[in-house]
Design a protein around this ligand. Structure first.
Ligand code: MG
Length: 279
């Protein structure tokens, strides 16, 4: 009996030791499952759905408040004299008004894990993305209130037609070439979105910015963690008032920031950076 108890104690301590070892080593798992929980949360949880709905309900309230206040602007790029310009909102597309989590799930299921240009192109051409909960209602309200919407997206210029088709298919208003501003559509429109926000802000008073990535709101956030924190800190009062942020646990500039603001050279290197950040 005593021997049995000692054996059990030894086994228990071995298992605990093994767990501690695995946690510390944080070794890459075979296959690629890093996005499994993130994608399941986006696709199956009421929590994700309600987070998005909550964000857009807040956007509706703030839109009405912004319309009542002629000095209200959400864009740091807005120039003096904007009070007399017609009102508009700026939204990102991916994971802001369109849900691409099925394409992310495909990368994972294929075992490739990460985003590939070819896989993304194929997904865009399918025009099968569903709307993010709350987006259609919000934009229909904006349209009814005489507020135009501009989609500032890092989809490529070559993907504009299919993107417009997808936006129209899910009932999103302002789905046309004048309102969808893609990367590279003009020579000074890089993936950094500030120049496109300025383009809209020169013509409209920007009531709200809506996006899932800090880059949808301000420049200088495609950097390391500390620089991002410092960039957004002066604008904290904009969060939840002029800037509405959608949840995206699957990807974004936050992930690159973990590796210093650039893509990790290999999956293993990226995982090492992520593991090293855990307390
Ligand atoms: Mg996005």
């Amino acid at each position: 009996m005593i021997r049995l108890c000692l054996l059990l104690v030894w086994l228990h301590s071995m298992l605990l030791g093994q767990n501690a070892l695995n946690r510390n080593a944080c070794a890459p798992a075979p296959g690629n499952h890093e996005n499994l929980n993130a994608l399941l949360w986006m696709q199956s949880s009421i929590e994700y759905r309600h987070n998005a709905t909550q964000a857009y309900r807040l956007a509706e309230k703030m839109l009405l408040e912004a319309l009542r206040d002629p000095d209200w602007t959400a864009a740091l790029e807005q120039s003096p004299g904007y009070q007399n310009l017609p009102p508009a909102v700026i939204l990102d597309i991916d994971e802001t008004v369109l849900d691409n989590s099925p394409s992310e799930a495909e990368y994972m299921q294929r075992g490739t894990g990460a985003f590939t240009e070819a896989g993304w192109e194929e997904w865009v051409n399918r025009t099968a993305a569903k709307p993010i909960p709350g987006a259609v209602d919000f934009l229909q309200l904006a349209e009814a209130k005489g507020v135009e919407a501009f989609y500032v997206t890092n989809r490529e210029r070559s993907q504009e037609a299919k993107t417009i088709e997808n936006l129209r298919a899910v009932g999103l208003p302002f789905a046309d070439e004048d309102h969808v501003l893609t990367t590279g559509e003009m020579p000074d429109w890089p993936s950094e979105k500030a120049s496109r926000r300025r383009y809209v802000a020169n013509r409209y008073r920007i009531l709200l910015l809506i996006g899932d990535d800090a880059g949808d709101f301000l420049a200088g956030v495609r950097s390391n963690l500390a620089t991002r924190e410092a960039a957004i800190a002066p604008h904290e009062s904009y969060l939840g008032t002029r800037w509405i942020i959608l949840p995206n646990p699957a990807y974004g500039s936050w992930e690159r920031a973990i590796s210093g603001g650039r893509p990790a050279p290999t999956r293993e290197a990226g995982l090492k950076d992520k593991c090293a950040l855990l307390p």
